[in-house]
Design a protein around this ligand. Structure first.
Ligand code: HEC
Length: 138
């Protein structure tokens, strides 16, 4: 009887542990939203849309090497192609997925933007929130 219970319980526990250590949750924990000096949250990470917030981060920081007009031949990645960016976001590589690890400069992914300073915390949090939501095409 005990054996039969264990056969059911052990896989269940194993699954629970795996979901607990899901890398998107870790990204959220390690990258809390920045607070301003009064303690208010100055970064709105609710309802992050690929077509608006993520695209505007790309426009400002990544377009020169990752746009749809051929500059992506430098990098090999057109981040304006949804299938490409969502694939990089959810591939599970480099600790937080390639996209998030690249902008967080963590986990050994190529550090992005390649030629400039790191994105500000709010932009990184927005990307993290979008990845956490499953990188939707919204
Ligand atoms: C100055 C050019 C340049 C800019 C700006 C730039 N990148 Fe890149 N990016 C590259 C190059 C070159 C590669 C290929 C590097 C490699 O594979 O080592 C790359 C690769 C990547 C990859 C894939 C890494 C891999 O190995 O799979 C991601 C994700 C990425 N960039 C995200 C971004 C994001 C997000 C931004 C803007 C915040 C950005 N990059 C800005 C040049 C750039």
């Amino acid at each position: 009887m005990i054996k039969r219970i264990l056969i059911v319980v052990i896989p269940f526990l194993t699954c629970a542990v795996f979901f607990q250590s899901c890398f998107y949750d870790k990204a959220d924990q390690q990258y809390p939203s920045p607070k301003d000096s009064t303690g208010n949250n100055t970064c709105d990470t609710t309802n992050i849309r690929y077509s608006v917030e993520i695209k505007s981060i790309l426009d400002a920081n990544c377009q020169t090497c990752h746009d749809e007009n051929g500059a992506n031949t430098v990098s090999g990645f057109n981040l304006y192609d949804y299938a490409t960016i969502s694939g990089l976001a959810l591939d599970g590589q480099f600790t937080y997925g390639t996209l998030l690890s690249a902008v967080m400069h963590q986990g050994g992914a190529p550090m992005m933007p390649e030629d400039g300073p790191m994105l500000n915390d709010c932009d990184i949090n927005k990307i993290a929130a979008w990845v956490h939501a499953g990188a939707p095409n919204n």
